[in-house]
Design a protein around this ligand. Structure first.
Ligand code: GLA
Length: 434
């Protein structure tokens, strides 16, 4: 009997090892920087030497991620997306960079990124070619995993263009296995569920979570509020399919933060940051880190909002209340540590008019504690007041904007209390106050 039990335990243990991605990475949502949204497949270094996909770009951005304070607040992975490679593999079948743009090779570049205290990521594709037409990893996965490990890669973004979706359930786990076999911890970022969705295939999120550290669910994000809203609405509609799979080690990925580029207003930038925080999404910027407007930079580097995203409980927030038709006013919550605490985001999707006056109670959001809560505004860390679960919280939210709060059971020390508010943008008061 004991022997049987022992064998069963060993078997379960083996199955667990074989079936789950156990690389110890991404215990909180990964934070970093990626070329794609801002720099795309710009390979013309003659015309655009500062912005083309090149060694120069990655080095310059790594420098600025450190000197401009992004690294200090947690942004860590510097990843080159598509268009870094040559159009052909080398004579040994290995991927090689375009040497005009990466004259010192990728190992040298990753050494440079590491010398800044950052981590280095690269892109490949599970199919025959990448989305931009460069060599894919099909039939080369083992060799490519080893090449990446030899180059000191810390993150692999694995795309799915030019592949047969029927191969994905074997292909993505195979790459995970080959990455693990190299012995180098490499964070594995997959686009598996996105290609499933695009091809009308239902995703097996158990398998995806067991394979990848983060996984893209939806279309590529663009530099516009329309696009950011589209991603949020996709999460609203489909969240039941995948929300519960997010947690330490693996995260749903709504794609990059587009803050600091051309397309979003100040309020829209705050809204993307707040929503990505409450969704426990990877915070991957794609911008010119050397040239960011001060307001955008302060949003990206807001320590209180980042703390919500990086909360070790690792629960993806959910939509709790819809106060207006067609989802124009949404209230999202995310459980936080210490136990019983919550982040709350009130999102106003109206695109005109003035501030929306919003009233709600913590009860409405299923947040209870007989001792009541200390509530603070998150961006400024301003203490708003003490609220019992059935006290009415009133706030005003700008169009295409958010009001973000943190509610902690009154008994805990609210570290946010130490911040002094300068935030005059919106108003929160108890019922009866003006
Ligand atoms: C796909 C991905 C993008 C980016 C491009 C590169 O579209 O979804 O994130 O990697 O390919 O070609």
């Amino acid at each position: 009997m004991h022997f049987l039990l022992l064998n069963l335990t060993v078997l379960c243990w083996l199955v667990k090892i074989c079936n789950s991605l156990d690389n110890g990475l991404a215990l909180t949502p990964p934070m970093g920087w990626l070329t794609w949204q801002r720099f795309r497949c710009n390979i013309d270094c003659k015309i655009d030497p500062e912005n083309c996909i090149s060694e120069h770009l990655i080095k310059r951005q790594s420098d600025c991620l450190v000197s401009e304070g992004y690294h200090d607040v947690g942004y860590e992975y510097v990843t080159i997306d598509d268009c870094w490679s040559d159009t052909e593999r080398d004579k040994n079948g290995r991927l090689q960079p375009n040497y005009d743009r990466f004259p010192n090779g990728i190992k040298n570049l990753s050494d440079y990124v590491h010398s800044k205290g950052l981590k280095f990521g690269i892109y490949a594709d599970f199919g025959s070619k990448t989305c931009a037409g460069y060599p894919g990893s099909e039939y080369h996965m083992k060799l490519d995993a080893q090449t990446f490990a030899d180059w000191g890669v810390d993150l692999l973004k694995f795309d799915g263009c030019n592949s047969d979706i029927k191969d994905a359930p074997k292909g993505y786990p195979a790459m995970a296995k080959y990455l693990n076999m190299t012995g180098r911890p490499i964070l594995y970022s997959c686009e598996w569920p996105f290609y499933n969705w695009k091809n009308g295939v239902k995703s097996n999120f158990t398998a995806i979570r067991n394979t990848c550290n983060m996984w893209r669910n939806h279309w590529d994000i663009q530099d516009s509020w329309q696009s950011v809203k589209g991603v949020i609405q996709y999460f609203v509609k489909s969240d039941k399919q995948f929300r519960s799979f997010a947690g330490p080690g693996g995260w749903n990925d709504p794609d990059m933060l587009v803050i600091g580029n051309y397309g979003l207003s100040y309020d829209e930038e705050r809204a993307q940051m707040a929503m990505w925080a409450i969704l426990a999404s990877p915070l991957i910027m794609s911008l010119d880190a050397c040239n960011v407007r001060p307001l955008s930079k302060s949003i990206l580097q807001n320590k209180n909002v980042i703390a919500v995203n990086q909360d070790k409980l690792g629960i993806q927030g959910s939509l709790k209340l819809v106060q207006e038709s067609v989802y124009k006013l949404q209230i999202w919550t995310k459980p936080l540590l210490p136990k019983g605490s919550y982040a709350i985001v009130v999102l106003n999707l109206h695109q005109g008019g003035g501030q929306l006056h919003v009233n709600f109670t913590l009860n409405d959001l299923d947040i209870y504690d007989s001792k009541g809560f200390n509530v603070s505004e998150t961006f400024e860390g301003r203490h708003i007041g003490f609220y019992k679960s059935n006290d009415v919280i009133k706030c005003r939210v700008n169009p295409s904007g958010v009001f973000m709060m943190t509610a902690r059971p009154a008994i805990t020390n609210d570290s946010n209390l130490r911040f002094i508010s300068k935030y005059k943008h919106t108003y929160v008061g108890k019922k009866g106050e003006k």
